[in-house]
Write a protein that binds this ligand. Structure first.
Ligand code: FES
Length: 291
């Protein structure tokens, strides 16, 4: 069979057309430099000619409202769209730009074992969800604001409302629904320890505990539970005698303040509380310790 399949078949979808080009490029790669350079220049010249013709055609169509409407309809065709995009004649769609923005921060998220996915787009609003180790991680609020929000807002100014969807729909090994996972857990080893019953942690408050020899500080807002090492980032003293107000705990010793949802230190932003993984199954609050 020829490396070019499209002329003898009806398989004119983008994947096969692109496959033809890739197969030819692989052949050219093995050619000597001179013929390889010549065929590349030939391809670029043809592309430039086609691009210029398409630009003039689109320019003419835009001047006629009826033709413009027909062109917009035609652009929904994947091949038309792909070629016009390749020549830079139409702008990337909003979805493409949002996905590109998310892609730009994926290396940073991947370095923490996590990822982010686009849930929905309804301008001016999009919804995103963290997955993997970023899902529910106490530091994800920071990640969300510093990373995802900025990346999307920079490249998609028409998006002004970026919402973080929580919850994974995950289940525990025994099939019970997991309402919340704070999971550095997914990337960390070690076993889950029962730390408390959900009702033992006051809603809007904290509970100190010792699990597997580690002093921990649990906090709860509704069914959202977070867990940190019970040690202030200032001098390492226990925080559980601190005042809690609207999700903020104030260290009883020198007044450092922490956001209990993320562990962020509001007094000295360079430091934060050491988080532990948390999951809530039924009314069991389990933690996996970061040692
Ligand atoms: S030990 Fe907490 S502020 Fe100093």
């Amino acid at each position: 069979m020829s490396v070019i399949e499209t002329s003898s078949s009806v398989r004119n979808d983008v994947a096969h057309l692109a496959g033809d080009i890739e197969r030819l490029e692989m052949i050219f790669e093995n050619w000597d430099e001179t013929p390889r350079g010549a065929v590349k220049a030939y391809g670029l010249a043809i592309e430039a000619l086609n691009g210029e013709a398409l630009r003039r055609l689109v320019g003419a169509l835009k001047r006629d409202p009826a033709a413009l409407a027909a062109m917009k309809s035609a652009v929904t065709d994947e091949v038309v769209y792909a070629v016009l995009r390749r020549h830079g004649i139409i702008k990337p769609s909003l979805t493409e730009r949002v996905e590109a923005a998310l892609e730009s921060i994926r290396p940073m998220l991947a370095s923490h074992g996590g990822d982010v996915e686009l849930v929905s787009i309804a301008p001016p609003t999009i919804e995103v969800r963290f997955t993997g180790a970023c899902d529910g991680c106490p530091a994800s609020q920071l990640t969300f604001h510093a990373g995802v929000k900025k990346a999307v807002e920079d490249s998609c100014p028409e998006i002004t409302d970026i919402l973080q969807v929580k919850g994974t729909g995950a289940t525990s090994g025994d099939g019970e629904s997991v309402r919340f996972i704070s999971p550095f857990a997914l990337g960390a080893g070690g076993k889950w320890h029962l730390a408390a019953k959900l009702q033992d942690i006051p809603d809007g408050g904290i509970k100190a505990d010792i699990v597997d020899g580690e002093k921990i500080l649990l906090s709860r807002r509704g069914s959202l539970v977070t867990c940190f090492q019970n040690a202030c980032a200032h001098l390492g003293l226990a925080l559980d005698d601190g005042d809690v107000d609207a999700g903020i705990i104030t260290c009883p010793y020198h007044g450092f303040r922490y956001d209990l949802a993320s562990g962020e230190c509001l007094t000295a932003p360079a430091v934060q509380l050491q988080p532990h993984a948390v999951r809530v199954i039924g009314n069991r609050v389990e933690v996996r310790l970061q040692k």
